[in-house]
Design a protein around this ligand. Sequence first.
Ligand code: ATR
Length: 272
Amino acid sequence: MTIRLAGVIGDPISHSRSPRLHGHWLQRYGIDGQYIPLHVRPADLRASLELLPRLGLSGINVTLPHKEAVFELAHTTTERAKAVGSANTLTFVDGQIHADNTDGYGFLANLDQGAATRDRAAPALVLGAGGAARGVIAALLQDGTDRVTLTNRTAARAETLASQFPDRVQVVPWDQAEHAVADHGLLVNTTSLGMVGQPPLQMSLDHLPPETIVTDIVYTPLETPLLASARARGNVVVDGLGMLLHQAVPGFEAWFGRTPTVDSDLRAAVLA
Ligand code: ATR
């Protein structure tokens, strides 16, 4: 069998844009491969991980709610997966499951592409304290940021997350975010505020320095109210779609043997 197979598991799965993303690359590079969405419920996860390699899949992406469980079930895990305790990219080799987490890589690669001259050491203000925030903070610290400031509506959650990065993350109250941004070179929204169907993020940008880069992990809509306000002030903004696109690169490389490019054609294909 020469055809290469990969896919994505999740519950639900029908909303996933990954099949379109990988499908575009397969077609672009003329690779004899298929990338398929697979609806896997939590109760079926263990059995699926045994079955999928036997069916000939080279690997899978993993989305909600399985990211933590697959990390526990894998035979080996990368350092960057260990840093966040979850995995989104599995590779099957000789009956072994190798788990990686490429979300942080995707976040940084998106920033690098959208703000090419950014100062990697610039202090970052992170809004939100969920799983996404954890990945973003781990990536930023690993990448050499000077310091991270964290703020969240529920302060206790921010304190718990900060305690996982001893002495590296300072917590400020949620209602202080507007002032705290004044000495930060990067502002990251990891909350769901601004997403279609959710309220907008109510944050005045009056104290936002002109050189501060603003990014959002929300990508529906592409231009969230936060990004629109920052752009109107003349700040460089980076939307969240690129994070989804870039996080897919290491998996495609491992399963299909080619390093794919993230460009405007891919963005258009995924949004179509
Ligand atoms: P994820 O894993 O995607 O980060 P999550 O764990 O559900 O998802 O986290 C969602 C984030 O959005 C949290 O920081 C949440 O704040 P709380 O910890 O206070 O719940 C934030 N969030 C969601 N709705 C919010 C709202 N209406 N106002 C402020 N923050 C909100």
